[in-house]
Design a protein around this ligand. Structure first.
Ligand code: SF4
Ligand code: SF4
Length: 327
């Protein structure tokens, strides 16, 4: 049996901002029904992979044989450097905050492996590590393990820390001596994120319609951008942080990450709008080595940059209006 206090102590030493544990078991029927309804309404857009392996997503014991415990962990990726740089150059273009540093998949996976090793556990024999790449409902588990609640902007809010975090999980075949409690929702009557979303993608119940979400459209979507979304990009051509920026928990509690790999790369941060519009394939390869931005591919970035340019020119000519997209 593992000691929960020991897991949390090792996690904090490695740089995780929060850690919680829960017994590995099937998700409650209400959460399973929410998934089925969301998929039936087509809110997953082109993310067909979300329709596959649903039985594993709804029960981690089908993902890892003999699973007894889920450990949910969060890593802060916020950096005020990005805000300060862009505030001083308001006409420059921007990426979602997490995209200025090294790909979180690599960083968090390495941290999870260190955690397993420091607990004397062996990956494969005693469990597995996951970062956003397997059918595991990471937001449910973060809430179930007591890390925080799923806000109306769909992200997990850590009390007193905000939501600029990436999540990772260990699914272990050992039990723990103490398990956390489900963290109840504390959004209350607030709807700031819903009101800040420029495309109406947030449904108000902690889920979103990916077909309308600029983050999905600029990163995952292949082909042309829908005209309505394209005119709403503002200055951000990869991802979109507007709902998170509007959240009072982020405004009050976001603090700089202590994870060096998540600090913004200066060579990305210093690029002007003209630099971005003239981005060559060689620059793309050099700038985004080991970066999550590669997910959109060069073609995707070119498409997004063109849409941003057209949108901003239309605003300048008074042909369109856009909500502010600056923090
Ligand atoms: S990321 Fe942007 S488009 Fe997507 S829900 Fe949030 S504010 Fe709306
Ligand atoms: S902005 Fe308000 S409603 Fe939205 S996630 Fe934050 S606290 Fe919840």
């Amino acid at each position: 049996m593992l000691r929960t206090e020991e897991i949390k102590r090792c996690a904090a030493e490695i740089g995780f901002s929060a850690c919680g544990v829960a017994p590995a078991e099937a998700l409650p029927e209400a959460r399973a029904a929410e998934w089925r309804q969301w998929l039936a309404e087509g809110c997953q857009a082109g993310m067909d992979y979300l329709e596959r392996n649903m039985e594993k997503r709804l029960d981690p014991r089908l993902l890892v044989e003999g699973a007894k415990t889920v450990v949910s962990l969060a890593v802060n990726y916020y950096s005020g450097e990005v805000d300060r740089a862009l505030a001083s150059r308001p006409d420059d273009l921007r990426l979602a905050r997490y995209a200025y540093g090294t790909d979180y998949h690599d960083v968090v996976k390495a941290m999870l492996r260190r955690l397993m090793a420091s607990l004397g556990l062996e990956e494969g024999r005693d469990g597995r590590v996951f970062v956003d790449t397997a059918p595991i409902d990471e937001k449910y588990w973060a809430q179930r393990c007591g890390l925080g609640w799923r806000g109306r902007h769909t992200q997990i809010i850590l009390p007193g820390q905000g939501s600029f975090f990436v999540l990772g999980e260990l699914v272990l075949t050992e039990t723990c001596d103490e398990y956390g409690d489900f963290c109840e929702n504390r959004c209350g009557a607030c709807r700031k994120c819903v009101e800040a979303c420029p495309t109406g993608a947030l449904r108000g119940d902690g889920t979103l319609d990916a077909r309308r979400c600029l983050s999905y459209l600029t990163i995952e979507h292949r082909g042309e951008l829908p005209a309505e979304a394209s005119g709403r990009l503002g200055h951000c051509f990869y991802g979109c942080d507007r709902c998170a920026e509007a959240c009072p928990h982020n405004r009050s509690f976001s603090r700089d990450t202590l994870v060096e790999a998540f600090r913004p790369r200066p060579e990305i941060l210093r690029l002007s709008a003209e630099d971005w519009y003239g981005l060559t394939r060689e620059q793309y390869q050099a700038l985004f080595r080991k970066s999550a931005v590669k997910r959109a591919k060069m073609e995707g970035l070119e498409r997004n940059l063109q849409a941003v340019r057209q949108g901003l020119e239309a605003v300048k000519l008074g042909k369109a209006s856009q909500d502010s997209d600056r923090p």
